[in-house]
Write a protein that binds this ligand. Structure first.
Ligand code: PMP
Ligand code: GLU
Length: 397
């Protein structure tokens, strides 16, 4: 569009959001679509958190808060880092924003200049590469393989670093593959970064609490690198609060101050009502979170079992988050007699049109041989979805 800025014209639409909308539009038209696109817990926000939001309305939390967030919320996040991650972050090092996505945008816009290189392991979450583009940075993508559980090796990282590298983007547990770096693997990456003192790490830890294998490892736990870490987290996934839009960043104070300046010009504080609800979420027992985690683990096993019954789905065993990311390239070039599947998008459209199941093409995550399926849905819907997928794919030869 000729009137629009080059900046916005160069940006791709978020495919997760677009596919979710498409699926919702079809549902509104009366089509019985099973929506396995967007990644958000299908659970309701815990009742005591909802009560806190209602109380905040009644108690007139209706005025601007400090740009970075209410002091008691910043303190609670600082305590969360200490208690859950054994990390010392002072409240001044923390800024609350409108979702982890906004925290990421702040960090990238404050850190990345034109020509700076940002290393992104693929498959990656859809918004990383686009936000880097928005900051006029250069994406350096490191491909990974199913055999390596979609994790980068220290040698790959070493090879990707140049004199222009400004940051490494990490997402553990990963959206879309569910892979996570254990302590040993993380340490090996830190060892490489120690040879390159100008490289920062932006660590997206939004799936911290959706983990099926053990304790979460944050890159900032390694004291030698902590001063170069930017930790992104939020309440969307752990507390089923996606719509509340509360995310946060912990970082060296100079970066938090810069993000505060940017946020002060762009959005001011995150919603005060949502901040009060987030405070309650972060300062009460996580029983609800653990229950959700158990449900996601059960569903992961269910979905892995259901996928095994369908020929041509190759998938890693996700260790966290709530997605499977199967390689479905087996179907490329195959046809049901009238439609030939050539790409991941063709495959997703075929599933939507024929099986009434909505998924996201892997291309949006930098891996065009795969599709992403969110299993944040009920056991019944998941079972029904895979039954329908199996039936339609049986005709594709
Ligand atoms: N990072 C990743 C990897 C995600 O999957 C999401 C979910 N959309 C986000 C960040 C953003 O989360 P939020 O809802 O807090 O903006
Ligand atoms: N994290 C979710 C996803 O990847 C939410 C959508 C988004 O924020 O892009 O589907």
């Amino acid at each position: 569009m000729e009137h629009l800025s080059k900046r916005i014209n160069s940006l791709s639409e978020s495919q997760t959001i677009a596919m979710n909308q498409k699926s919702k539009d079809l549902q509104a038209q009366g089509v019985d679509v099973i929506n396995l696109t967007v990644g958000e817990p299908d659970f309701f926000t815990p009742p005591h958190v909802k009560e806190a939001a209602k109380r905040a309305v009644d108690e007139n939390y209706s005025f601007y808060s400090a740009v970075n967030g209410y002091p008691d919320l910043l303190k609670a996040i600082s305590a969360k880092f200490k208690n859950e991650n054994n990390l010392d972050y002072k409240p001044e090092q923390i800024i609350v924003s409108n979702g982890a996505k906004h925290s990421l945008a702040n960090a990238i816009l404050c850190l990345i200049d034109e020509g700076d290189e940002v290393i992104i392991p693929a498959p990656y979450w859809v918004s990383y590469a686009e936000l880097v583009k928005l900051a006029q940075g250069t994406n350096v993508i490191i491909p990974t393989t199913l055999e390596n559980n979609y994790k980068i090796t220290p040698a790959q990282l070493e090879k990707a670093i140049t004199s222009k590298t400004k940051a490494l983007m990490l997402c553990s547990p990963s959206n879309p593959t569910g892979s996570l770096y254990n302590k040993k693997e993380m340490k090996a990456l830190v060892d490489v970064l120690m040879k390159h003192p100008r490289v920062f790490v932006i660590s997206d830890e939004i799936y911290e609490h959706i983990n099926f294998v053990g304790k979460h490892v944050s890159v900032a736990e390694f004291p030698e690198i902590k001063e170069r870490c930017i930790i992104i987290n939020g309440v969307s996934k752990a507390y089923a609060m996606t719509g509340y839009r509360i995310g946060y960043m912990a970082a060296p104070i100079w970066l938090t101050k810069a993000c505060s300046k940017l946020q002060g010009q762009m959005t001011t504080n995150a919603s005060t009502i949502a901040q009060r609800a987030a405070l309650t979420a972060l300062t009460t027992e996580k029983t609800y979170t653990y229950e959700m985690n158990d449900a996601f683990k059960r569903r992961r096993n269910l979905v892995l079992g259901l996928m095994k019954e369908i020929p041509g789905f190759k998938c890693n065993v996700p260790e966290g988050a709530f997605y499977v990311f199967p390689d479905i390239s087996y179907y490329y070039g195959k046809s049901d007699g009238s439609i030939t599947i050539k790409t991941d998008t063709d495959f997703c459209i075929y599933l939507l049109d024929k099986a009434f199941v909505a998924t996201v093409p892997g291309d949006a995550f930098g891996e065009p041989n795969c599709i992403r399926i969110s299993y944040a849905n009920s056991d019944e819907k998941l079972t029904k979805a895979f039954k329908q997928i199996k039936e339609v794919l049986a005709k594709v030869k």
